[in-house]
Design a protein around this ligand. Structure first.
Ligand code: SF4
Ligand code: SF4
Length: 281
């Protein structure tokens, strides 16, 4: 099963590719392939419920479970996701996938960096093509007309598991359950089912507060995308969820100030993101 070692949402959904038997044929190229990574600041949650900002107070944790599958401790997951997105180096966290292989069968392009030589040499050349918008050497692994990764064998085993792409190791569909960002049920029904089943546990009120804040941040991004500069808020669910993880502390700080209008929160987030970018240079 995929493990998360860096970016929990490093895959993307893109136009369908046609296949002839086992050989994939590219019919159109995807437009993007992974989410950017930016640092986050510390969260100083309000001490009591009455001091909660309106934006967070409105939110309740969205629980989408029918037959629950334990997702682990929410705050531990969040620290790992933040560290992963901040450093890009990742924290090795195993996703408790069990027998699920939904993300290998959900019509996703898998980005592979040129440094992943052991992986690239194990994948037939005709299955790889240049990753749009990426430097030379970055490639994408496509999927067949059933949406399956061509490296997935009968019996749903990854034929290159020990050398699977970093993107596969990093994919963690719990990010959707954590943020409340919905998966496209039409395009990825099996992932959507799994996301509905995840159930985080919270060992403290602070943990529940963090979860509420993260979901409020994600909802804020969706509801106020027009207030951000064009192109800032990703349209696809996976990068949107990752973006919410990256900015939720800035969101919490800005929203904690009383009487902050949405435009003020947007400005605070953008200022913080710009400062983070400057610090990285
Ligand atoms: S969809 Fe989620 S649970 Fe299923 S294999 Fe992928 S990461 Fe694991
Ligand atoms: S290479 Fe394909 S089959 Fe293997 S883990 Fe990645 S998506 Fe799944």
């Amino acid at each position: 099963m995929p493990r998360w070692t860096s970016d929990p949402t490093g895959r993307s959904v893109a136009p369908v590719m046609a296949s002839t038997g086992q050989t994939l044929t590219r019919t159109s190229a995807p437009k993007a392939c992974s989410a950017a990574r930016q640092p986050l600041r510390n969260l100083h949650p309000p001490d009591d419920a009455t001091s909660r900002p309106t934006w967070i107070h409105r939110a309740t944790i969205v629980v989408m479970s029918t037959a629950a599958v334990p997702a682990g401790n929410f705050s531990e997951w969040l620290r790992g996701a933040e560290a992963s997105l901040t450093t890009g180096k990742g924290v090795t966290t195993t996703v408790p996938c069990g027998s699920c292989t939904a993300c290998c069968r959900s019509s996703m392009f898998v980005h592979i960096a040129p440094q992943e030589t052991q992986t690239i040499r194990r994948i037939p050349r005709q299955l790889l093509f240049p990753a749009p918008g990426q430097p030379k050497g970055h490639v994408l692994l496509g999927y067949n007309d059933k949406g399956r990764c061509p490296m997935l064998e009968e019996g749903n085993k990854c034929s290159i598991y020990r050398h699977r792409p970093r993107t596969c190791r990093s994919y963690d569909c719990r990010v959707f359950a954590a943020t409340g960002v919905p998966v496209d049920e039409r395009l990825q029904p099996e992932i959507a089912e799994r996301v509905k089943a995840w159930k985080f546990d919270h060992d403290s009120e602070q943990s529940r507060e963090e979860h509420r804040t993260l979901q409020a941040a994600a909802a804020f991004l969706r509801d106020h995308r027009d207030l951000f500069p064009p192109g800032t808020i990703p349209s696809h669910p996976a990068p949107l969820a990752a973006f919410a993880v990256r900015i939720f502390r800035q969101f919490a700080s800005a929203a904690a100030a009383t009487n902050v209008a949405p435009a003020g929160i947007v400005q605070a987030i953008m200022t913080s993101l710009a400062a983070s970018r400057d610090a990285q240079r």
